[in-house]
Design a protein around this ligand. Sequence first.
Ligand code: GCO
Ligand code: MN
Ligand code: MN
Ligand code: MN
Length: 385
Amino acid sequence: RFQPKPEDRFTFGLWTVGNPGRDPFGEPVRTPWSPVEIANVLAEVGAYGVNFHDNDLVPIDASFEEKRKIVSDFRRALEETGLKVPMATVDLFRNPVFKDGAFTSNDPEVRAYAIRKTIEAIELGVELGAEIFVLWGGREGTEVDASKDPVTALKRHREAINYLCDYVLDRGYRLKFALEAKPNEPRSDLYLPTTGAMLGYIDTLDHPEMVGVNPEVAHERMAGLNVYHAVAQALERGKLLHIDLNDQQIGRFDQDLRFGSADIKGAFFLVKLLEDYQYQGPRHFDAHAYRTEDLEGVKDFAKGCMRTYLILKEKVKRFNEDREIQDLLKKINAGREVAGFEFRYSPEAHRSLMDYEFSREKMAEKSMYYERLDQLTMEILLGVR
Ligand code: GCO
Ligand code: MN
Ligand code: MN
Ligand code: MN
């Protein structure tokens, strides 16, 4: 029970389970694993796939020969373990060259280099089977607003994404881009700070059909938003290509906690959304183990993410099959139709609307039962239902 299976499509990044526990106040506490070692651990704990930034796999200064060796070793590990690479991404934040942004840098040479580095990362991802390419603008932002015109920054960002889409089309790759928003960290303010902002922006691109979003639980919560609602908006537009599952307490630094470990109710509704709407993409855990953990603890962390998801999936089934809850929902959703009216303008429908006699008092009298509904939801989560 609660054993991960390939069809659950659980994935982790090399940078997540491979996180050595460095933070702004302290050195690493774990010896870094090689990509092959990480793949083996992921296979052992039952993950379906592994994702990576270009430089999680191939160091930025690797020679051509070094790169070929690393890639072929990694490919062999994938074949031996059966792990897939559904997603790849690019690191446009770690190297000092990107200290003031990549696609939005004021320096055209840096912007060009960012595009070139992304294209090489796309090649690497495609070579290993990726069909989704995540773009997270780690340093696309500012501390000093006087330094950069935010209107210009957006135009530069758009130029870069349009370039990348044209490149992928030109090469005939089956690859889609998933844009990941974050409000802050590592910059004071990042451009396109929320999934909602990303969704509005995507429609301004040359090829919106090639671009969707990768919402992250922690990032929406850092912005004080409801992840469930943000993900729903993406889902409703067919734009949910990927998802970064983790957890976060509001008002804290970017914590990347084990999925479900901070807000179990929020996690429940997110799982409910993904399951009820049969989300087909990878369920990626962008989180890492506490800095206190050793290698065994890292495995506990990874298993915990998947197990919590599967437990919540079972809770969703219970919720959906619970007679009392479903009867309440029926009542909650009931209401009187306005004769002759439709929620689409026509002169006839409009006449019915204007002729109808509304009773505000009657409408406002309706019982909502939300206390009862919420308590029943909590009792499912608390395991007494
Ligand atoms: C973060 C981000 C990253 C991205 C990753 C993929 O807060 O550090 O969530 O983990 O998801 O870089 O592009
Ligand atoms: Mn994050
Ligand atoms: Mn993070
Ligand atoms: Mn992320």
